[in-house]
Design a protein around this ligand. Structure first.
Ligand code: HEM
Length: 509
């Protein structure tokens, strides 16, 4: 029997041999012509990168992007098949925003960012973004009604209903299952959306995907491949992927049997009311069960934690700005019908503006528009050449705090977008939360931008309107009401971490 220590030594030796081979074989695209931004104090460690990336990006944005130049940052964490991210200035992003996945690929970027080759996380069919966008667009009215019903149902059964009673909740722990529940009701039928095990698993997909990627990235790429199958989070993720396929199988077979797979009349495919049917509507003819179930899993991953983080951050922003609470509550009371049966989202203008400001200062992702260049590309706007395989991205958070774009950019101003919309009535529609523009990249930009954003926006507004009209809300920290200033949100790598020390306190009205 080989002891564990011997096994580790063999593993390390194998790793070194592999590193040697890979170093010979792997060619980084030549990016010497693009300057590298580093931390000025010389600490460019993995830990610094993971906790202080926002600062690094802002430095590079001001120094290079503002004068029309791209810059790059080194990715000092393992498990990445590329060494650099190239951060593009605005005009370059405008140039690529309509280019397809075949030229600037979101799919490939995501494969690298989430270390998919090592973790075995599901890939996304190229077709799924468009299929989801079209499905949501065509069904947004019904989707919104459904969302509202499910939110009311969930809040009624999970929050105290007796007048004056008080709940105190950890926000992410509460909103992840809430959003899992309402999202599932839209995406899959009651066979799955009422199955507690399915709900538990879907709530966990994103945590496992991020966790597995983080665990793999603790290792350099040449070892990551060898170690990955032994990492518990990776094993869980792989098991979940099989679980999803097993659960999607009857649905997939039913769609096939019902003739919805017919290639001669694709219109037939679009008739359904559930997300799996819209997705199906956009699949290519030869889609496999694996593609289909992976896409379902990816959609859950994309939808649940992003929305949970956004509402958690927004509620912290709201409840540390007491004057906003009154304004948004009055607006919500106007929007909810007298019998409480429905919410008129068109009336929630101040809430939309408030959420946009919250997203501006604490976006879920510090950069969006992650793409891999699939062929050598020369920018028309500048002549900059990028070799095939380069990873590019857009500095969403840095643009959002650029003083040339936003007056007093570091200050949280809940009415900022309301005033901007009043001042520029002609372009007001481009300032709403769901609209992506070059100065508002929270959902990405162009034809690969978030296809679920209008659903997310309606979900966020409905949840907040229902909370504001049903409960008196406040924050608590360490068991006491918190009346201090708005905290600055921390980031882990490129993703926001809503601070867990603030609980949401709800007093039933
Ligand atoms: C507030 C919540 C959300 C935020 C902040 C968010 C943000 C984003 C961002 C930044 C991207 C990448 C876009 C780019 O790089 O240009 C993205 C992609 C994506 N999002 Fe969202 N998202 C949210 C909610 C949702 C929801 C609710 C769904 C589904 C119902 C969804 C589905 C997707 C999908 C499928 C993609 C991948 C696009 C593709 O396949 O090309 N997202 N999202």
């Amino acid at each position: 029997m080989v002891s564990f220590a011997t096994f580790l030594v063999i593993l390390a030796l194998l790793g070194l041999a592999l590193q040697f081979v890979l170093n010979k074989w792997r060619k980084e695209p030549a990016l010497d012509h693009i300057p590298t931004q580093q931390f000025p104090d010389g600490d460019n460690s993995r830990a610094r990168y993971l906790t202080d990336l926002r600062y690094l990006l802002e430095l590079g944005y001001r120094r290079y992007n503002k004068v029309g130049k791209a810059f790059k940052i080194t990715i000092p964490i393992g498990g990445y098949a590329v060494k650099y991210r190239v951060i593009l200035p605005k005009d370059h992003l405008e140039e690529i925003k309509h280019l397809s996945n075949d030229v600037f690929s979101w799919q490939l970027a995501s494969r690298i960012i989430f270390a998919q080759d090592y973790t075995g996380a599901p890939d996304r069919g190229k077709w799924s973004g468009k299929a989801l966008r079209v499905g949501i667009h065509q069904n947004l009215g019904d989707i919104t009604t459904q969302l509202d019903q499910r939110i009311v149902e969930y809040f009624s059964s999970h929050l105290s209903q007796q007048k004056g009673s008080v709940d105190a909740l950890n926000m992410m722990s509460f909103f992840i299952p809430t959003i899992t529940y309402v999202t599932n009701a839209l995406l899959v039928d009651s066979r799955l959306s009422s199955d507690p095990e399915w709900l538990r698993q879907t709530a966990n997909f994103a945590v496992n995907r991020y966790g597995a990627a983080d665990d793999v990235r603790k290792w350099p790429p040449y070892l990551a491949n060898i170690v990955a199958p032994f990492i518990p989070s990776v094993r869980r993720l792989r098991a979940q992927r099989e679980y999803v396929m097993e659960k999607m199988k009857p649905i997939y077979e039913e769609l096939k049997a019902s003739g919805q797979l017919r290639v001669d009349d694709k219109k037939l495919r679009r008739k359904g009311t559930f997300g799996y049917e819209w997705l199906w509507g956009g699949t290519p003819d030869d889609v496999t069960l694996r593609d289909f179930s992976d896409t379902m899993m990816r959609t859950m991953i994309a939808a649940i934690h992003t929305t949970a983080k956004t509402i958690s951050v927004a509620l912290i922003d709201l409840l540390t700005n007491p004057e906003m609470v009154e304004a948004l509550k009055n607006e919500a009371q106007e929007a909810v019908s007298p019998d409480h049966a429905s919410v008129n989202l068109d009336k929630l203008i101040k809430l939309d503006c408030f959420l946009k400001e919250s997203q501006r200062l604490s976006p879920v992702f510090l950069f969006t528009m992650n793409r891999i260049v699939t062929q050598d590309y020369e920018f028309k706007c500048s002549g900059l050449r990028l070799p095939k395989g380069t990873m590019v991205t857009g500095p969403a958070a840095a643009i959002a705090t650029d003083p040339d774009v936003f007056r007093d950019p570091g200050t949280f101003d809940g009415h900022r977008y309301y005033r901007m919309r009043e001042e520029a009535k002609d372009s007001a529609s481009s300032l709403v939360l769901g609209m992506s523009t070059i100065d508002s990249l929270g959902f990405g930009l162009g034809n690969q931008a978030c296809p679920g954003r209008f659903l997310a926006v309606n979900n966020l507004k409905l949840m907040i309107a229902r909370l504001l009209t049903g409960w008196e809300l406040s924050l608590e920290s360490r068991g006491r009401e918190y009346k201090g200033p708005r905290p600055v949100m921390a980031y882990n790598d490129f993703s926001v971490v809503p601070p867990s020390e603030y609980n949401l306190r709800l007093r039933k009205l």
